[in-house]
Design a protein around this ligand. Structure first.
Ligand code: GUN
Ligand code: ZN
Length: 445
């Protein structure tokens, strides 16, 4: 083992592949060390293994952090969230279209102010770290400066973000609308500035069909075709009113999905948020094109949008990621998001195992974002973006922890009862960027 290695001791869990959704994980899909060691060198994972076996092999000067029974996992990844919507969270009483008009658009208008954008982007990044989220696919606003603000804040922490300027040229206040041409030019300039600068990736971001003219979608599609390594993100089939309105706006298209298809916006680089009210033809087209869905359970229940059909998506071969959709979502915590996903599945007569849930939040989401060569698990050479989970972080978790006898029970307890308090620490490329201020419980004496 090389000099300069750093060692973190705790329980270590990560996924090597999709564990499936049966009560036992698919063979070879997980690696777990009850008393493990995560070795970091130059910001990357050097090795994971059994502490007893690895400790004698460490060079003498190795810095060893003992996380005292904490569970080390790859950092969570959020495949859909809105940086400018933090204060839009917990807005009372509306469904999607009224929520956009009454709460979201007025708030996003404030991002014309650069300083406001910077403050909010910093706060967003800090909050992600405090919730154990180390990477994500993020909407900014239509103001280019909001994208600079987000990437600058992410870069400052070494975080790998994918994000873009919202393209929207109609059906919104003129404090937010761009034009087809300006949205293309601004997106291209931001793409040239930020795409592949360090760990940052630009993302082409038409808000959704209803706030884009056909010309704007056409140009967004052209931009995507010209940059085949750039992701595309938008919203799709979230709410009945939205779907009806989209049909009226694009009467020549055979379905909502066909709008995006027509303008060249589907493909393996595309992440569609929601995808609730869809049919088998849609699923087949998603599978054919490799387009992905970001499942946003806390948003879908909060806004009364509907219950995503995870089992049908999986069996049609559609790649699905898990996402907070803050500020429609009610928590930045991927643990809380897993809990809500489980409940949505139950209401659909389905289930979501803790294996599948933790897979989705880590390696599964990395795959959705084409980042699995960089993050999502502890394979040697991955960036050492990791979190330390505290299985007795809150009074409730601590109450239940002694009853959890298996790893599956421990994980399920964390995802159902856990929240940001369960994040003891968050590291980016091996550097601790967040540490919970105080123990949730007094130290036992
Ligand atoms: N559809 C169009 N814009 C938005 C948004 O900001 N949030 C959600 N949840 N859906 C949208
Ligand atoms: Zn959204």
């Amino acid at each position: 083992l090389p000099e300069g290695i750093e060692a973190h001791r705790g329980a270590v869990l990560h996924f090597l592949d999709d564990p499936g959704n049966d009560s036992d994980p698919a063979s070879g899909s997980i690696e777990y060390f009850e008393d493990g060691l995560l070795l970091v060198h130059d910001g990357k994972v050097a090795m994971v293994g059994d502490a007893e076996a690895l400790l004698p092999r460490l060079p003498n000067a190795t810095r060893l952090t003992d996380w005292d029974g904490g569970l080390l996992m790859p950092g969570f990844i959020d495949t859909h969230a809105h940086m400018p919507q933090l204060p839009v969270m917990a807005s009372y009483g509306t469904q999607l279209l009224d929520w956009l008009e009454n709460y979201t658009f007025p708030h996003e208008s404030r991002f014309a102010d650069r300083d406001w954008a910077r403050t909010q982007a910093d706060q967003f990044i800090q909050l992600l770290l405090a919730h154990g989220t180390t990477s994500g696919l993020i909407f900014c606003t239509s103001h280019p400066a909001s994208v600079d603000a987000l990437f600058e804040a992410a870069e400052h922490q070494g975080m790998a973000m994918s994000a873009g300027k919202v393209m929207m040229d109609r059906h919104a206040p003129d404090t937010l609308t761009d034009t087809a041409r300006s949205s293309y030019d601004d997106s291209l300039a931001l793409l040239e500035k930020w795409h592949n600068r360090g760990r940052q990736r630009y993302t082409i971001t038409p808000r959704f069909a209803a706030t884009s003219s056909p010309e704007q979608l056409e140009l967004a599609g052209q931009l995507a075709q010209a940059h085949p390594d750039v992701l595309v993100q938008t919203h799709w089939a979230e709410n009945e009113g939205e779907i009806q309105w989209t049909r009226e706006l694009f009467p020549d298209r055979s379905s909502y999905l066909d709008v995006y298809d027509h303008y060249g916006l589907l493909g393996a680089n595309t992440v569609l948020a929601h995808g609730i009210h869809i049919d088998d033809r849609d699923r087949q087209r998603l599978a054919e094109t490799g387009s992905r869905i970001a499942f946003c359970p806390t948003s879908n229940t909060f806004l009364g949008s509907g219950l995503f059909d995870l089992a049908s998506a999986r069996s049609a071969g559609v790649k699905v990621g898990l996402a907070s959709d803050v500020g429609g979502g009610t928590s930045l915590s991927m643990l809380a998001t897993m809990a809500e996903a489980y409940k949505v599945c139950r209401l659909r007569g389905q289930t979501l195992t803790p294996w599948q849930a933790f897979y989705l939040a880590t390696l599964g989401n990395a795959r959705v974002l084409h980042r699995d060569q960089e993050m999502g698990n502890f394979r040697t050479g991955q960036q050492a973006d990791f979190i330390v989970l505290d299985q007795s972080a809150s009074p409730l978790l601590a109450m239940k922890a002694p009853y959890c006898q298996t790893l599956a029970e421990t994980l399920f307890n964390l995802m159902i009862l856990g929240d940001d308090r369960a994040i003891a620490a968050t590291a980016i490329s091996g550097t601790i960027r967040y540490r919970r201020a105080t123990a949730a419980l007094p130290e036992s004496s």
